[in-house]
Design a protein around this ligand. Structure first.
Ligand code: ADP
Ligand code: MG
Ligand code: MG
Length: 895
């Protein structure tokens, strides 16, 4: 197979094979942009290496050929004595994994080519510093030597020379350092630093392959749901030098602001520096505007490349570039990561600029991003204690205890505490801590630093470059310039990722502008908006929501049990209630009426108990139907196990025993205990509940249906249009539904006869048992609609209980990859989803046009919504908070 592609051979659609970086380097080369020549070794080669533990045989020859072509093009030889060609070896997987995989720069330098580099650059210091960096990077990433050995040696050298900055070390010191580094390599890796340039290249290539399987790469992939078997490509790219003096430099730029979405370019530039220096945020940077003053020609060329890339990719791009002695080189581009706010704004900007259509714009935003924009923000109260203000790198508001390292962040987050990870700067090793923390705060680095890029990708609040902070990770203390106090893990801080403010202590939070829009509409949100950024954001969200509503096929309903919830749902755009649970109507105060019903010894007592419950339940329905007037409202008859309405067995036994001893025992208590005992179940979730309870507890179904019917009549009398639908839970056999339906319809007919109103409400059932899904064709004969209860269906399909798994084995299962994500969060398409699809097909085969919906957590989960659209459901029902997310995702699923 062909394992090696020159940059001039590939294109941007070959990400599977060439990785994202390689495919985009190829695309830029094709576009005629200035990319240093090079080639990409494919992911196929990586997968072969990972499978066999060695590189495939053909690879060496193909690398030799590609390398020779590059050498001939440039008229330079890899690691040659004169004017040496040097290369970087860079990883690049299909999905960008920032900072995950190691890049080795300056490959090709050795004891003789270093002098060649010195000669062509006219700068011996630069050449020896590059060599020094190569051994350090190579030692660390290729030979797995602890990086501290090198940085300690560097520090010692600076101390010995009495200087404080790396670049103050002269040639002599650097040549010494190179010797010391070589000794470190020999001591810790057991080999000499390879002098053969080709050996360096091959070893570095293998190291990139291996780095696919490092722990932090695994963590990142798990979090981002990236498959573990893709492998990475390796890019071999001619070195260009941003560190050849004051007319050189390196930078990162975005074609629009990735944090606010504001149009207009944005970027960071560092003079006389090599790539890693910017990304690591080690020094503070200049802006693109500064670059314009420094080097107008390169700036103009960069601007024109940015325009070209954005028009070509039709999206916000980020670009890594280097200027070598006044000559611009592009080293990387990709469709840039952005905050949720930027995603919405950029999408509609691109529509307005006629680069994309509204349908495409919908695919550029996600329900998860909308969720982030719905998170509350700090309120504007003024008596907050501002510690400092820095770079707003990733929006949101986070409040938590100060933590200084991964271990503590993870441990305290697991213990349920909210924590803010505070670091001087972050590096890829900090990923677990960033995942665990509510927010990230760093003392160094700009908007393109590691912390900022990764936090934005995760949707995590981040403030960076807070130079007033003195972070002592060893001592676990934080000081702020000009202030007395020393903060520790016992202190709470609040960070605002939108303004860059850092506060001491708790800060109260309020609705975000998008939430205001969703609750109160566009006009009020615009009025409340503080500035143009907010106004544009709210308008973008509005336009995209409206478009989603226009194109979506799925109806969106809400799960709402109270008039309050129902109102919230309507404000957020719900078209009905897909699940109104009725059990809460029997709890609290009312529990004793239910107990009376259970304890009833004869017809009389039973009727009295039912008569007491009827007006209460009817009252609840009247209110709900009034709120939902003109919109469908699915009433689910009682579902939970009977014992939930009874006292706890153990407690009651103890109480009865005590009272008996004291001779104060009430006979009613004793009777109650007998009933509790009788109904006690080892597995209540698989027991007397749902339709089973409805069929076996005399009068229950009649009570509930009568309450619905009488409530509807009351609404009709007032001129309302109540649209209740009656839903039977936990049906497994058509016969169950048939009996329940007959009884329900008898009551509807009765009330109809009593009142003269026609009450032909639909009667349907939940599909939440595998048996129901499999026999859906039979069940459909008795059902006017199905609602897939995917929570129970997940429990009953997998055979585990949602209430227990989280605290027992789920964590290990997620870690071991049994699940990519919890099946209670995203529908398990292969198993549970398959049953939904099967149930839908079989149901409709018996009854074409059968109305199909889903209620349960999955109804509000972005990924699951796409699935429900594909299998042809009519609606999803989710919590009121998630209704807007469901609307957006249903729109996305339809384009
Ligand atoms: P990442 O995936 O972490 O962005 P890169 O492969 O882009 O890693 O490399 C990291 C940095 O090294 C980049 O910012 C880039 O500026 C620099 N770099 C990589 N290759 C070269 C090269 N051929 N010449 C100069 N700098 C390079
Ligand atoms: Mg890069
Ligand atoms: Mg259920």
């Amino acid at each position: 197979p062909k394992y090696v592609y020159r940059f001039s051979e590939g294109d941007k659609d070959q990400k599977d094979l060439l990785g994202g970086k390689g495919a985009n380097l190829a695309e830029m080369t094709r576009l005629g942009l200035p990319v240093p020549p090079g080639f990409t070794i494919t992911t196929d080669a990586c997968r072969a290496y990972l499978a066999d533990g060695e590189v495939p045989d053909e690879l060496a020859v193909q690398v030799t050929t590609a390398l020779r072509e590059v050498e001939e093009e440039l008229g330079r030889g890899l690691g040659a004595q004169q004017d040496p060609l040097l290369v970087s070896v860079r990883s690049g997987a299909k999905f960008s994994m920032p900072g995950m995989m190691e890049t080795v720069l300056n490959i090709g330098l050795n004891d003789s080519s270093v002098e060649g580099l010195a000669a062509v650059s006219g700068d011996r210091r630069f050449a020896w510093d590059s060599y020094r960096r190569l051994i350090q990077m190579f030692g660390k990433t290729v030979l797995d030597i602890d990086g501290d050995h090198f940085s300690d040696a560097l520090e010692a050298k600076k101390e010995a020379r009495g200087v404080s900055l790396d670049y103050e070390l002269g040639v002599e010191a650097l040549t010494e350092l190179v010797e010391e580094y070589k000794t470190i390599v020999r001591e810790h890796a057991g080999i000499d630093f390879p002098q053969d340039p080709r050996a360096q290249l091959d070893m570095a290539t293998e190291a990139v392959f291996r780095s696919w399987n490092t722990e932090r790469a695994h963590i990142y992939r798990r979090r981002e749901k990236i498959p573990h078997d893709l492998g990475t490509a390796v890019n071999v790219c001619t070195m260009v030098f941003g560190n050849m003096g004051q007319t050189s430099g390196t930078g990162v730029c975005f074609t629009r602001d990735p944090s606010t979405g504001r149009s207009g370019v944005y970027g960071d530039y560092l003079v006389n520096a090599q790539g890693e220096d910017v990304v690591a945020g080690i020094r503070n940077t200049l802006s693109l505007a500064d670059l314009e003053h420094l080097d107008k020609a390169s700036y103009d060329e960069l601007r024109s490349a940015m325009r070209k890339l954005e028009t070509h990719y039709r999206d916000l791009c980020d670009i890594e570039f280097t200027i070598e002695r006044g000559r611009l080189w592009l080293l990387q581009t990709r469709v840039g990561k952005r905050t949720a706010a930027a995603a919405f704004r950029v999408a509609t900007q691109l529509v307005d600029e006629k680069l994309i259509t509204m349908d495409e714009a919908l695919t550029r935003v996600t329900g998860d991003q909308l969720t982030q924009l719905m998170f509350p923000q700090f309120n504007g109260e003024t008596d907050r204690d501002l510690l400092t203000r820095a770079m707003p790198a990733s929006p949101g508001a986070a409040v938590g205890y100060v933590v200084f390292d991964n271990e503590e962040a993870v441990a305290r987050a697991e213990a349920g505490e909210s924590v803010i990870l505070v670091r001087r700067e972050t590096n890829p090793d900090d990923l677990p801590g960033m995942v665990a923390a509510s927010g990230v705060l760093t003392a160094r680095g700009g908007k393109t630093s590691h912390a900022a890029v990764v936090a934005r990708g995760m949707g995590k609040t981040c403030v960076c470059g807070a130079e007033a902070l003195e972070v002592d990770a060893e001592a676990k203390t934080l000081r702020v310039a000009g202030r007395e106090e020393v903060l520790t893990g016992k202190d709470v801080i609040a960070i605002d990722g939108t303004t860059g403010e850092v506060f001491l202590g708790e800060v109260a939070v309020v609705d975000s502008p998008v939430m205001t829009y969703l609750r109160r509409g566009l006009e009020e949100a615009l009025e409340a908006a503080g500035g143009v950024d907010t106004r544009e954001l709210v308008t973008s969200v509005h336009r995209l929501m409206r478009h989603a509503d226009k194109v979506r096929r799925l109806e969106v309903r809400a799960n709402a049990d109270t008039p309050d919830d129902a109102r919230h749902a309507i404000h957020r755009g719900a078209q009905g209630v897909g699940l109104c649970r009725t059990e809460h109507m029997f709890l609290g105060e009312r529990k004793r009426y239910v107990q009376n019903l259970i304890l009833a010894g004869n017809q009389d007592e039973r009727e009295r108990a039912l008569a007491a419950l009827l007006p209460l339940q009817k009252g609840d329905f009247v209110q709900m139907l009034e709120t939902m007037d003109g919109r469908p409202m699915t009433v689910r008859l009682i579902d939970p196990p009977l014992h939930e309405f009874l006292p706890d067995l153990t407690e009651l036994s103890v109480k009865v025993a005590l009272e008996r001893e004291r001779g104060t025992l009430d006979p009613a208590e004793e009777e109650l205990l007998a009933v509790v005992r009788r109904y006690h179940e080892a597995n209540p979730m698989l027991g007397l509940r749902g339709v089973r309870l409805l069929l076996t507890m005399p009068g229950l179904i009649e009570l509930q249906v009568r309450a619905v019917a009488e409530a509807a009549v009351e609404r009709l009398r007032e001129g309302g249009s109540p649209l209740p639908e009656i839903m039977i839970p936990l049906v497994g056999s058509v016969r169950e539904l048939q009996i329940a339906r007959e009884r329900a319809e008898a009551v509807l007919a009765e009330v109809s006869a009593e009142t003269g109103y026609e009450l032909a409400f639909p009667v349907g059932c939940m599909i939440e048992l595998p048996r129901a899904a499999v026999s859906a064709d039979t069940i459909a004969e008795e059902a006017d609609f199905f609602s897939f209860g995917t929570n129970d269906l997940t429990q009953t399909t997998w055979g585990f209980s949602r209430d227990d798994v989280e605290s027992t084995f789920f964590k290990e299962y997620l870690e071991e990859g049994v699940f990519g994500v919890s099946p209670f969060e995203t529908v398990d398409e292969r198993g549970v989803g398959h049953l939904v699809e099967l149930g839908a097909q079989r149901g409709r085969s018996a009854r074409p046009g059968l109305k199909l919906g889903v209620c349960g957590e999955h109804g509000g989960d972005p990924e699951s919504i796409g699935f429900f659209h594909r299998v042809g459901l009519d609606y999803v029902s989710c919590s009121p908070f998630r209704v807007p997310v469901a609307r957006l995702e249903a729109g996305r699923a339809a384009v």
